[in-house]
Ligand binder design. Structure first.
Ligand SMILES: C[S@@+](CC[C@H](N)C(=O)[O-])C[C@H]1O[C@@H](n2cnc3c(N)ncnc32)[C@H](O)[C@@H]1O
Length: 246
């Protein structure tokens, strides 16, 4: 029998998950940026800026942005550090294409390359990158442990991994309000703004199935990093984990 995994709250064959995730992101690709602003009241922009600040990027760093989607994180890095060499990468052609078109339209393509790839099997040599970022992508991986080990392998000895991902709110009252918002408002927003409630139902479910702050920290450590610290944002709705050997 095939191994099982989760796609939101559904149990599916491991083999099928990436296809289901692919269908979600193909469906949302055109409205992705509008929906992000609407769902988070624009806060995702601040969270991504904080990630870039925490990354302490060097002038000539080689950066891999995994699950880069429409390119928000790559854009921030490219504009602030024009001498870096950034690989924007995504498993989904439509999302990567949105990101590439945007990079050209908004003139941040000069130091960016574009690669369609899975973050779970990286086609790069060991010790290639100074920095790897994954923004709201890890949650969708079929095998997160394998992805983290690949990231560790491809980082230089003093390289850093920064993961920006939904996590678990700390305050229980806040958590209840957030649950209500996620399961009642998000799918409706998806329906009204993008004619797609199912993808946003998946978003709410996939967030609940993702490991909390401490579990993810342990996963990062188990993948070979000597250090992992995390920062909670918005009461833990989102967290940034930093893996390093420092
Ligand atoms: C929610 S979007 C995040 C996009 C962007 N990083 C941001 O923060 O706005 C998640 C992205 O992860 C990509 N993705 C899902 N599974 C992936 C995998 N195994 N490897 C690489 N990218 C993946 C999806 O195609 C999608 O573009």
């Amino acid at each position: 029998m095939n191994k099982k995994t989760h796609f939101g709250y559904k149990e599916v064959d491991e083999f099928d998950k990436s296809k289901f995730v692919g269908d979600v992101f193909t469906s949302v690709s055109k409205n992705y940026d509008i929906m992000n602003d609407a769902m988070s009241f624009g806060m995702h922009r601040l969270w991504k800026r904080i990630l870039v600040e925490l990354a302490a990027i060097g002038e000539n760093d080689v950066v891999l942005d995994i699950a880069s989607g429409t390119g928000d994180i790559s854009k921030l890095i490219s504009k602030e550090y024009p001498n870096t060499n950034i690989f924007m990468s995504d498993i989904n052609y439509d999302m990567l294409n949105e990101g590439r078109n945007r990079a050209i339209d908004e003139s941040f393509d000069s130091n960016c390359s574009f690669c369609q790839l899975s973050g779970e099997i990286l086609p790069f040599k060991d010790n290639t990158f100074d920095l790897i970022t994954v923004g709201f992508g890890l949650r969708n991986f079929t095998n997160k442990e394998r992805g983290l080990m690949e990231m560790k392998r491809c980082l230089k000895k003093n390289g850093k991994l920064l993961i920006l991902e939904f996590s678990k709110p700390i305050n229980s009252t806040f958590s209840k309000i957030y649950d209500w918002y996620s399961f009642n408002i998000l799918p409706r927003l998806g329906s009204v703004l993008a004619n797609d409630s199912e993808s946003y139902q998946y978003l709410a479910e996939s967030i609940r199935m993702h490991p909390n702050q401490e579990l993810l920290k342990n996963m990062v450590l188990n993948s070979g990093f000597k250090e992992c610290k995390f920062y909670n944002l918005l009461n833990g709705v989102v967290a940034i984990h930093i893996g390093s050997d420092a």
